[in-house]
Design a protein around this ligand. Structure first.
Ligand code: 13P
Length: 291
Protein backbone atom coordinates (compact mmCIF):
# COMPACT_ATOMS: atom_id res chain seq x y z
CA UNK A 1 0.00 0.00 0.00
CA UNK A 2 2.75 2.41 1.14
CA UNK A 3 2.56 6.07 0.00
CA UNK A 4 -0.93 7.56 0.20
CA UNK A 5 -2.02 11.19 -0.03
CA UNK A 6 -2.76 12.61 3.42
CA UNK A 7 -5.89 14.30 2.11
CA UNK A 8 -7.33 10.97 0.93
CA UNK A 9 -6.28 9.25 4.14
CA UNK A 10 -8.06 11.80 6.30
CA UNK A 11 -11.22 11.85 4.19
CA UNK A 12 -11.46 8.09 4.71
CA UNK A 13 -11.00 8.56 8.48
CA UNK A 14 -13.69 11.22 8.52
CA UNK A 15 -16.13 8.98 6.61
CA UNK A 16 -15.48 5.90 8.73
CA UNK A 17 -15.24 7.51 12.19
CA UNK A 18 -11.63 7.01 13.24
CA UNK A 19 -8.55 9.24 13.52
CA UNK A 20 -5.24 8.69 11.73
CA UNK A 21 -2.40 8.85 14.28
CA UNK A 22 0.34 11.32 13.42
CA UNK A 23 3.57 10.70 15.32
CA UNK A 24 6.61 12.98 15.48
CA UNK A 25 9.35 10.51 14.60
CA UNK A 26 12.69 12.15 15.29
CA UNK A 27 14.99 9.20 14.58
CA UNK A 28 15.26 5.80 12.97
CA UNK A 29 14.19 3.93 16.13
CA UNK A 30 10.91 5.84 16.23
CA UNK A 31 10.30 5.35 12.51
CA UNK A 32 10.92 1.58 12.82
CA UNK A 33 8.74 1.16 15.92
CA UNK A 34 5.85 3.15 14.45
CA UNK A 35 5.90 1.41 11.06
CA UNK A 36 6.07 -2.03 12.71
CA UNK A 37 3.08 -1.04 14.85
CA UNK A 38 1.09 0.17 11.83
CA UNK A 39 1.78 -3.05 9.92
CA UNK A 40 0.82 -5.28 12.86
CA UNK A 41 -2.31 -3.22 13.53
CA UNK A 42 -3.17 -2.79 9.83
CA UNK A 43 -3.47 0.93 10.51
CA UNK A 44 -2.83 3.90 8.24
CA UNK A 45 -0.27 6.22 9.81
CA UNK A 46 1.38 9.61 9.37
CA UNK A 47 5.04 10.07 10.26
CA UNK A 48 5.99 13.69 10.81
CA UNK A 49 9.02 15.82 11.59
CA UNK A 50 8.54 19.25 13.14
CA UNK A 51 10.61 22.30 12.28
CA UNK A 52 11.16 22.82 16.02
CA UNK A 53 12.98 19.44 16.10
CA UNK A 54 15.43 20.23 13.28
CA UNK A 55 17.98 21.14 15.96
CA UNK A 56 17.98 17.49 17.09
CA UNK A 57 17.66 15.82 13.70
CA UNK A 58 18.23 17.81 10.51
CA UNK A 59 15.46 17.44 7.95
CA UNK A 60 17.97 16.31 5.31
CA UNK A 61 19.01 13.34 7.49
CA UNK A 62 15.60 12.06 8.54
CA UNK A 63 13.87 12.66 5.17
CA UNK A 64 15.47 9.73 3.26
CA UNK A 65 14.70 7.41 6.22
CA UNK A 66 11.06 8.49 6.24
CA UNK A 67 10.67 8.32 2.46
CA UNK A 68 12.10 4.79 2.38
CA UNK A 69 9.87 3.71 5.27
CA UNK A 70 6.82 5.15 3.50
CA UNK A 71 7.62 3.50 0.17
CA UNK A 72 8.32 0.08 1.72
CA UNK A 73 5.42 -0.06 4.18
CA UNK A 74 2.61 -2.58 3.72
CA UNK A 75 0.02 -0.09 5.02
CA UNK A 76 -0.91 3.46 3.89
CA UNK A 77 1.72 5.95 5.07
CA UNK A 78 2.09 9.67 4.57
CA UNK A 79 5.03 11.83 5.66
CA UNK A 80 4.39 15.34 6.88
CA UNK A 81 6.44 18.40 7.76
CA UNK A 82 4.90 19.36 11.12
CA UNK A 83 4.50 23.03 12.10
CA UNK A 84 6.42 24.30 9.09
CA UNK A 85 6.88 28.00 9.68
CA UNK A 86 9.65 29.04 7.31
CA UNK A 87 9.32 29.02 3.56
CA UNK A 88 12.69 27.22 3.31
CA UNK A 89 11.53 24.33 5.55
CA UNK A 90 8.35 23.96 3.49
CA UNK A 91 10.10 23.92 0.11
CA UNK A 92 12.96 21.68 1.38
CA UNK A 93 10.48 19.13 2.74
CA UNK A 94 8.65 18.99 -0.60
CA UNK A 95 11.96 18.70 -2.44
CA UNK A 96 13.06 15.83 -0.14
CA UNK A 97 9.91 13.81 -0.83
CA UNK A 98 7.45 14.72 1.94
CA UNK A 99 3.94 14.29 0.54
CA UNK A 100 2.26 16.50 3.17
CA UNK A 101 3.00 19.87 4.74
CA UNK A 102 1.50 21.38 7.86
CA UNK A 103 2.00 25.08 7.34
CA UNK A 104 1.59 26.86 10.67
CA UNK A 105 0.65 30.48 10.12
CA UNK A 106 -1.26 30.65 13.40
CA UNK A 107 1.03 33.29 14.87
CA UNK A 108 0.06 35.76 12.15
CA UNK A 109 -3.07 37.84 12.10
CA UNK A 110 -5.86 36.31 10.03
CA UNK A 111 -5.26 37.96 6.63
CA UNK A 112 -1.54 37.19 6.74
CA UNK A 113 -2.24 33.57 7.76
CA UNK A 114 -4.61 33.26 4.77
CA UNK A 115 -2.07 34.81 2.39
CA UNK A 116 0.88 32.66 3.48
CA UNK A 117 -1.12 29.43 3.71
CA UNK A 118 -2.65 29.97 0.25
CA UNK A 119 0.84 30.52 -1.17
CA UNK A 120 2.03 27.17 0.25
CA UNK A 121 -1.08 25.42 -1.12
CA UNK A 122 -0.43 26.88 -4.59
CA UNK A 123 3.04 25.31 -4.75
CA UNK A 124 2.00 22.07 -3.02
CA UNK A 125 -0.90 21.44 -5.42
CA UNK A 126 1.44 21.42 -8.43
CA UNK A 127 3.45 18.64 -6.72
CA UNK A 128 0.50 16.58 -5.44
CA UNK A 129 1.38 17.44 -1.83
CA UNK A 130 -1.41 17.74 0.79
CA UNK A 131 -1.51 20.81 3.05
CA UNK A 132 -2.78 21.24 6.61
CA UNK A 133 -3.28 24.79 7.87
CA UNK A 134 -3.94 26.09 11.38
CA UNK A 135 -6.56 28.60 12.40
CA UNK A 136 -6.81 29.67 16.02
CA UNK A 137 -3.81 28.82 18.15
CA UNK A 138 -2.92 25.61 20.03
CA UNK A 139 -0.62 26.82 22.81
CA UNK A 140 2.80 25.50 23.90
CA UNK A 141 3.07 26.42 27.56
CA UNK A 142 6.63 26.92 28.83
CA UNK A 143 6.24 24.58 31.80
CA UNK A 144 4.52 21.94 29.64
CA UNK A 145 7.89 20.84 28.35
CA UNK A 146 7.01 21.02 24.65
CA UNK A 147 9.81 23.50 24.12
CA UNK A 148 7.10 26.06 24.32
CA UNK A 149 7.55 29.73 24.36
CA UNK A 150 4.06 30.63 25.52
CA UNK A 151 3.28 32.08 28.87
CA UNK A 152 1.48 29.44 30.96
CA UNK A 153 -1.31 31.90 31.70
CA UNK A 154 -2.68 31.79 28.15
CA UNK A 155 -3.58 28.08 28.28
CA UNK A 156 -7.19 28.82 29.14
CA UNK A 157 -7.55 31.71 26.73
CA UNK A 158 -10.62 30.69 24.74
CA UNK A 159 -10.21 33.72 22.47
CA UNK A 160 -7.43 31.68 20.81
CA UNK A 161 -9.88 28.91 19.89
CA UNK A 162 -10.89 28.41 16.26
CA UNK A 163 -13.96 30.31 15.12
CA UNK A 164 -16.23 27.92 13.14
CA UNK A 165 -17.46 30.56 10.66
CA UNK A 166 -13.96 31.85 10.04
CA UNK A 167 -12.89 28.22 9.51
CA UNK A 168 -15.25 27.95 6.55
CA UNK A 169 -13.80 31.08 4.95
CA UNK A 170 -10.20 30.06 5.77
CA UNK A 171 -10.61 26.72 4.01
CA UNK A 172 -12.30 28.31 0.99
CA UNK A 173 -9.67 31.02 0.60
CA UNK A 174 -6.60 28.84 1.16
CA UNK A 175 -7.61 25.53 -0.46
CA UNK A 176 -6.11 23.43 2.36
CA UNK A 177 -6.85 19.69 2.67
CA UNK A 178 -7.07 19.60 6.48
CA UNK A 179 -7.50 22.13 9.28
CA UNK A 180 -5.75 22.12 12.67
CA UNK A 181 -8.24 23.52 15.15
CA UNK A 182 -7.86 24.96 18.65
CA UNK A 183 -10.58 23.87 21.10
CA UNK A 184 -8.81 23.23 24.40
CA UNK A 185 -5.82 21.00 23.72
CA UNK A 186 -2.23 22.14 24.34
CA UNK A 187 1.17 20.88 23.20
CA UNK A 188 3.32 19.12 25.79
CA UNK A 189 2.35 18.09 29.32
CA UNK A 190 -1.01 19.40 30.53
CA UNK A 191 -0.55 21.72 33.51
CA UNK A 192 -4.27 21.42 34.31
CA UNK A 193 -6.90 18.84 33.51
CA UNK A 194 -7.88 19.52 29.88
CA UNK A 195 -11.42 20.71 29.16
CA UNK A 196 -12.27 20.26 25.50
CA UNK A 197 -14.87 22.39 23.75
CA UNK A 198 -16.43 19.52 21.81
CA UNK A 199 -19.45 21.53 20.66
CA UNK A 200 -17.05 23.94 18.98
CA UNK A 201 -15.12 21.03 17.44
CA UNK A 202 -18.32 19.64 15.94
CA UNK A 203 -19.32 23.06 14.58
CA UNK A 204 -15.88 23.46 13.00
CA UNK A 205 -16.19 20.00 11.44
CA UNK A 206 -19.57 20.97 9.98
CA UNK A 207 -18.49 24.35 8.63
CA UNK A 208 -14.91 23.69 7.46
CA UNK A 209 -15.72 21.03 4.86
CA UNK A 210 -12.28 19.39 5.28
CA UNK A 211 -11.02 16.88 7.89
CA UNK A 212 -10.13 18.39 11.28
CA UNK A 213 -6.81 17.86 13.05
CA UNK A 214 -6.28 17.77 16.80
CA UNK A 215 -2.81 18.77 18.05
CA UNK A 216 -1.49 18.10 21.57
CA UNK A 217 -2.80 14.55 21.88
CA UNK A 218 -0.56 13.49 24.79
CA UNK A 219 -2.14 13.53 28.23
CA UNK A 220 -5.76 13.15 27.14
CA UNK A 221 -7.91 10.33 28.47
CA UNK A 222 -9.28 7.52 26.33
CA UNK A 223 -12.70 9.14 26.74
CA UNK A 224 -11.35 12.51 25.50
CA UNK A 225 -9.95 10.77 22.41
CA UNK A 226 -13.16 8.90 21.66
CA UNK A 227 -15.34 11.98 22.11
CA UNK A 228 -12.98 14.09 19.99
CA UNK A 229 -13.12 11.51 17.20
CA UNK A 230 -16.92 11.33 17.46
CA UNK A 231 -17.12 15.14 17.28
CA UNK A 232 -14.87 15.44 14.25
CA UNK A 233 -11.13 14.86 14.81
CA UNK A 234 -9.79 12.81 11.86
CA UNK A 235 -6.06 13.17 12.58
CA UNK A 236 -4.52 13.34 16.05
CA UNK A 237 -0.93 14.44 16.66
CA UNK A 238 0.93 12.64 19.42
CA UNK A 239 4.50 12.99 20.66
CA UNK A 240 5.16 14.02 24.28
CA UNK A 241 3.52 10.95 25.84
CA UNK A 242 5.56 8.57 23.74
CA UNK A 243 8.83 10.48 24.26
CA UNK A 244 8.42 10.40 28.05
CA UNK A 245 7.13 6.84 28.35
CA UNK A 246 9.98 5.26 26.41
CA UNK A 247 12.59 6.94 28.62
CA UNK A 248 10.72 5.86 31.78
CA UNK A 249 10.76 2.26 30.58
CA UNK A 250 14.47 2.46 29.77
CA UNK A 251 15.17 3.79 33.29
CA UNK A 252 13.22 0.89 34.83
CA UNK A 253 15.21 -1.58 32.78
CA UNK A 254 18.50 -0.07 33.86
CA UNK A 255 17.48 -0.19 37.53
CA UNK A 256 16.37 -3.83 37.27
CA UNK A 257 19.38 -5.07 35.34
CA UNK A 258 22.74 -5.70 36.91
CA UNK A 259 24.18 -7.04 33.69
CA UNK A 260 26.11 -4.86 31.29
CA UNK A 261 23.92 -3.65 28.42
CA UNK A 262 25.09 -3.24 24.86
CA UNK A 263 23.79 -0.28 22.92
CA UNK A 264 22.22 -2.55 20.28
CA UNK A 265 20.19 -4.32 23.02
CA UNK A 266 19.09 -0.98 24.39
CA UNK A 267 18.14 0.15 20.87
CA UNK A 268 16.02 -2.96 20.15
CA UNK A 269 14.16 -2.51 23.45
CA UNK A 270 13.49 1.12 22.62
CA UNK A 271 12.10 0.19 19.19
CA UNK A 272 9.82 -2.36 20.87
CA UNK A 273 8.65 0.28 23.39
CA UNK A 274 7.85 2.77 20.63
CA UNK A 275 6.00 0.01 18.80
CA UNK A 276 3.86 -0.96 21.80
CA UNK A 277 2.96 2.64 22.57
CA UNK A 278 2.04 3.31 18.93
CA UNK A 279 -0.12 0.15 18.84
CA UNK A 280 -1.97 1.29 21.94
CA UNK A 281 -2.61 4.67 20.32
CA UNK A 282 -3.83 3.08 17.07
CA UNK A 283 -6.36 0.96 18.97
CA UNK A 284 -7.48 4.01 20.95
CA UNK A 285 -7.91 6.12 17.80
CA UNK A 286 -9.84 3.20 16.17
CA UNK A 287 -7.43 3.22 13.22
CA UNK A 288 -6.52 -0.48 13.68
CA UNK A 289 -7.77 -2.64 10.78
CA UNK A 290 -8.59 0.45 8.67
CA UNK A 291 -5.61 0.07 6.29
P1 13P B 1 1.97 16.42 22.03
O1 13P B 1 3.46 16.43 22.08
O2 13P B 1 1.36 17.24 23.11
O3 13P B 1 1.41 15.04 21.97
O4 13P B 1 1.53 17.16 20.69
C1 13P B 1 2.08 16.74 19.48
C2 13P B 1 1.70 17.69 18.40
O5 13P B 1 0.64 18.27 18.39
C3 13P B 1 2.67 17.85 17.31
O6 13P B 1 2.22 18.73 16.34
Amino acid sequence: MSKVSMGEMLRDASRRGYAVPCFNAINLDMVRGIIEAAEDEQSPVILCHAEIHFKYTPLEQIAPIMVEAMNRAKVPVSILLDHGKSFSAVTNAMHLGFNAIMFDGSEYEYEENVRRTAEVVKIAKTLGVSVEGELGYVTRPKSGGAEGEDDDSIIDDTSLYTDPEQAREFVERTGIDALAAAFGTVHGVYLKKPVLDLIRLERIRNTAGVPIVMHGGSGLSEEDFHKSIDHGASKINYYTGMALKVVDRAKERFIQSEEKTFYHEFMMNVIQDFKEDAQHIMRTFRSSNKA
